[in-house]
Design a protein around this ligand. Structure first.
Ligand code: AMP
Length: 396
C-alpha cells in the first residue's frame, strides 16, 4: 500500500518533526567532508518551509557510547551551520533533544523556522526505542515525517516509537524515502520484463536471501564478484587461492538447481598471482583458476555476455561489484556492467553500498533511474523484507 508523503499533508502553521539521516562523514577537525546526505533532504525541507510550516529536524551522528558524549564527532552543531548555508536561512540548534533547551526553542519556533535537535543517540532512549523519549519527541509536533531511508531497518525511538506515539496525528514519508520505496519495493514487485538482477560482491553469505528472493522474481540473475567462486567450486571447478566460502558450497548447489533457467554464472575469470594491480595476470575459463592465482574480476567474455543480457532488460537491479573495482585493471567487469546499465533504457536500480560507489566512480550515476542511498536498507528490501518503521506511516 502506498504511503502518504509530505506533499499530501497541509503544513501551513504546523510543526513538522522530520527524522533525517545527517550521519555525514567528518574530518579530524569536525568539518563535514561530504554533505550529500544533507543536500538530499532539501526537497522535503523546502516543501515544508515554502508552505509556511515549522521544521524540527532530528538525526543520529556516529555511535556515541556515553563516556565520549562530549566528543566533537557526536555533535550536530556543524551540520546546523552547513544546513543554514545550503538553505540560506537561519537554522536554530538545540543543545539537547528533549531537554530544556529544545523545549524552549520549540516554543519560540515560527512558521518558516528551522530547529535542529542535538544527536539523538546522545540519549540512551533512542537505541532502546524508549517510550518516554518517543513520547517527549512526539509531543513537540503536529506532523511526523520520516526521510531517513538508510536508518529504516532499525526500530529506534525516532523511527518507530515516535510515529507510534503520534497517535492520530499525520505520519508521512519525505520525498527521499518515498523514492526509495517506489523503486526498491513497488518497481521490483511489479517489474516490466525481462527483469534482470546482477549480484556481486565479496560473499555469498551476505546475499543468500537476496539471491533466493530475486531468483523467484527475475527472468535472469547474473552472478559476479568473489561470490562466483563458491558457485564455481560447487560446480566441481578449481578456484586457486580465490576468496571462497567452502561452507556455502551446498547452498550454492541448491541455488544452481533451483535457478537452472535463471542463474547465469561467469564463463571466464580475470585472475592474478596476488592482490595487486601489478600482479601477474591471466584470463582463464571459470573453474580453471591455477593453484597460485586468485580470481579478481569476471573475464571479458562474461562481461560482454552480461552486457548483452542487460541490453535486453526492461528492469535492472544491481547490487555488488563484479570484481575488485577499486584496483584497475580488475575494475573492467564492473565498469562494463555499469556502462551497459547506463546505456540501457530499462528502469535501473542500483542497490546502494559498493555498487552505488562504483556507478559514481565511473560517472554513470546520472544515467540510471535510481541510486539507493542505503546499503543495508536496500539489501533488506531486495530480500523482500518490509520495514515496520515504514508500515507505521499513514497509507494514502
Ligand atoms: P560487498 O560488500 O559484499 O558488496 O563486497 C564488495 C567488495 O567485494 C569490494 O570491495 C570488492 O573489491 C570485493 N570483491 C569483488 N570481487 C572480488 C574478488 N573477485 N576478489 C576479492 N574481492 C572482491
Amino acid at each position: 500500500m502506498a504511503k502518504k508523503t509530505i506533499a499530501d499533508v497541509e503544513v501551513a502553521g504546523q510543526t513538522v518533526l522530520i527524522r533525517v539521516d545527517f550521519n555525514v562523514p567528518l574530518d579530524e577537525q569536525g568539518n563535514i567532508t561530504d554533505d550529500r546526505r544533507i543536500r538530499m533532504t532539501l526537497p522535503t525541507l523546502t516543501s515544508v518551509l515554502d508552505r509556511g510550516g515549522k521544521l524540527i529536524l532530528m538525526s543520529h551522528l556516529g555511535r556515541p557510547t556515553g563516556a565520549d558524549s562530549d566528543a566533537f564527532q557526536f555533535t550536530l552543531q556543524a551540520i546546523a551551520n552547513r544546513l543554514g548555508e545550503l538553505l540560506d536561512r537561519e537554522v536554530v540548534f538545540a543543545t539537547d533533544t528533549v531537554g530544556t533547551d529544545a523545549q524552549s526553542k520549540v516554543t519560540s519556533l515560527q512558521p518558516g523556522g528551522i530547529l535542529l535537535l542535538e544527536n539523538l543517540r546522545l540519549n540512551p532512549g533512542e537505541k532502546k526505542g524508549d517510550s518516554d523519549f518517543s513520547q517527549a519527541l512526539a509531543n513537540m509536533a503536529d506532523i511526523y515525517c520520516n526521510d531517513a531511508f538508510g536508518s529504516c531497518a532499525k526500530p529506534d525511538a525516532s523511527l518507530f516509537g515516535v510515529p507510534k506515539a503520534m497517535g492520530n496525528r499525520p505520519k508521512v514519508t519525505g520525498f527521499l524515502l518515498a523514492k526509495e520505496i517506489a523503486y526498491l519495493t513497488d518497481t521490483i514487485s511489479n517489474p516490466d520484463r525481462p527483469f534482470v538482477a546482477i549480484l556481486g560482491g565479496a560473499k555469498v553469505s551476505d546475499k543468500i536471501t537476496v539471491i533466493e528472493n530475486l531468483l523467484d522474481q527475475c527472468d535472469k540473475v547474473l552472478i559476479g564478484g568473489a561470490m562466483a567462486y563458491t558457485f564455481a567450486l560447487a560446480s566441481g571447478g578449481t578456484i586457486g587461492k580465490s576468496l571462497v566460502e567452502p561452507d556455502k558450497v551446498d547452498l550454492a548447489q541448491k541455488l544452481m538447481a533451483r535457478g537452472k533457467d535463471t542463474l547465469v554464472l561467469p564463463v571466464d575469470t580475470h585472475c592474478g598471482d596476488n592482490f595487486h594491480s601489478d600482479c601477474r595476470k591471466q584470463i582463464v575459463n571459470a573453474g580453471e583458476i591455477p593453484a597460485n592465482f586468485e580470481g579478481l574480476d569476471i573475464g571479458p567474455q562474461t562481461a560482454a555476455h552480461f552486457a548483452e543480457i542487460v541490453a535486453t532488460a526492461k528492469t535492472v537491479v544491481w547490487n555488488g561489484p563484479m570484481g575488485v573495482f577499486e584496483m584497475p585493471p580488475f575494475d573492467h567487469g564492473t565498469q562494463t556492467v555499469a556502462q551497459a546499465i547506463a546505456n540501457s533504457s530499462a528502469t535501473s536500480i542500483i542497490g546502494g553500498g559498493d555498487s552505488a560507489a562504483a556507478i559514481q566512480q565511473f560517472g554513470f550515476a546520472d544515467q540510471v533511474s535510481h541510486v539507493s542511498t542505503g546499503g543495508g536498507a536496500s539489501l533488506a528490501l531486495l530480500e523482500g523484507k518490509a520495514f515496520e518503521t515504514v508500515a507505521v506511516l499513514d497509507d494514502v
